[in-house]
Ligand binder design. Structure first.
Ligand code: TXA
Ligand code: MG
Length: 350
């Protein structure tokens, strides 16, 4: 069931009964579809092992893949961090004060006895303080329960899609992934559209586990430290934490995705000529391409990286729904702003 977060299309104040229904469901050990500024999450009480197990089951996700835990922002996320984390290095504190609430997840040493199921058995925990006001309304309600009800410190929420599929950026996407029984809070289309930047803060230096809208340069400027890549880390240590968002093949639509530069795309279109439409191919490109096929599904990718990120998963879903067999995508520029979009497209094509 989809519940609107706001009172009406004209009235952007929160519908208190929607927020309360979501908080009640989480408190009772249930699951909700939670809007965030990146993608929709499938949320459960991070300290409730039974509830977290339902998240893994609903997604079809292996139980040893840790989930991101979302915390309330009223105090900059600090009390949530204190609840879940054993200790926070100074560079991680700087990153929190620079980017929270926002699309940044920090992997931190976990305090023994808390969030164990959400952490998938690891001794670290991924924490994020989301910027979406509706997510924050639910998180705050959980920290301020009605008399006699327990306080919930964090909501474990992976992206609300079945394992390995494209992440949802609207309430309707969540419903089509996970069904109508799930309570889904509709906070509108996600503004950013790709998942948070993940930085491992348990290794003495910041390590980038997953690129997102916040760039490496922004991270380095905020904490005054060089951000290591996973490859640089691998040179130092042999045990890397699991991160399913970092599996080679992930974010995959049903159609096969192929990445090409504009020249290769144009050559392929020229070769197929008028038959390209019949071949079940869709094209998603920034460049203006020429085709003499009227049936070809040709979607223009925005020239700005943030606009492309915003629509990326929705476009992949749309093209999938048209039933095309192949999606040819123009590879994004090799610049810092495009790293997050490139990463998701490379995984979708793996
Ligand atoms: O933008 C986002 O981060 C979205 C929204 C819903 O907040 N959430 C999201 O969660 O993408 P998920 O579970 O799909 O991706 C979480 C990633 C996974 O790759 C997971 O393995 C990694 O974070 N992660 C979580 N806790 C970790 C830990 N303790 N150590 C290493 N990686 C961790
Ligand atoms: Mg995911």
């Amino acid at each position: 069931m989809i519940l609107p977060a706001c009172n009406s299309a004209e009235d952007f104040t929160f519908a208190p009964e929607s927020i309360a229904a979501c908080a009640d469901t989480i408190r009772a050990g249930g699951l909700i579809g939670l809007p965030t500024e990146t993608v929709y999450g499938l949320g459960a009480d991070a300290d409730n092992g039974t509830a977290v197990a339902k998240v893994f089951a609903a997604k079809g996700r292996p139980a040893d893949h840790p989930l991101i835990v979302h915390v309330a922002a009223f105090d900059g996320g600090l009390s949530g961090v204190a609840h879940f984390c054993a200790q926070v290095p100074p560079f991680a504190q700087q990153l929190m004060s620079a980017f929270w609430p926002g699309p940044l997840t920090l992997i931190l040493p976990r305090r023994a006895g808390v969030g164990a199921a959400a952490a998938g058995g690891q001794d670290s925990i991924g924490l994020r303080c989301p910027a979406h006001p509706a997510a924050q309304a639910v998180l705050l309600a959980l920290r301020r329960p009605p008399a006699g009800q327990p306080e919930v410190w964090g909501v474990a929420a992976p992206s609300a899609n079945r394992f390995g599929r494209v992440s949802p950026t609207t309430a309707a996407h969540v419903q089509s992934e996970l069904g109508d029984e799930l309570l889904i809070l509709d906070g509108g289309p996600c503004t950013l559209g790709i998942e948070s930047t993940i930085i491992d803060c348990t290794r003495g230096a910041p390590v980038l586990l997953r690129p997102g809208s916040i760039t490496s340069a922004q991270v380095e400027a905020a904490c005054g430290r060089k951000l290591l890549s996973k490859d640089e880390l691998a040179a130092h240590a042999s045990t890397a934490p699991r991160a399913s968002g970092t599996l080679e093949s992930h974010y995959a639509p049903n159609a096969k995705v192929r990445l090409m530069d504009a020249k290769a795309l144009q050559t392929a279109l020229d070769l197929l000529g008028a038959d390209v439409g019949k071949a079940g191919i869709a094209v998603y490109a920034r460049s203006a391409l020429k085709t003499n096929s009227r049936q070809l599904v040709l979607r223009r990718m925005p020239a700005q990286a943030d606009a492309a990120a915003h629509e990326l998963f929705a476009v992949l879903r749309e093209l999938d729904d048209l039933g095309v067999k192949l999606i040819w995508v123009e590879i994004p520029p090799d610049t810092m702003e495009w790293v997050g979009v490139r990463d998701r497209l490379q995984r979708a094509s793996a």
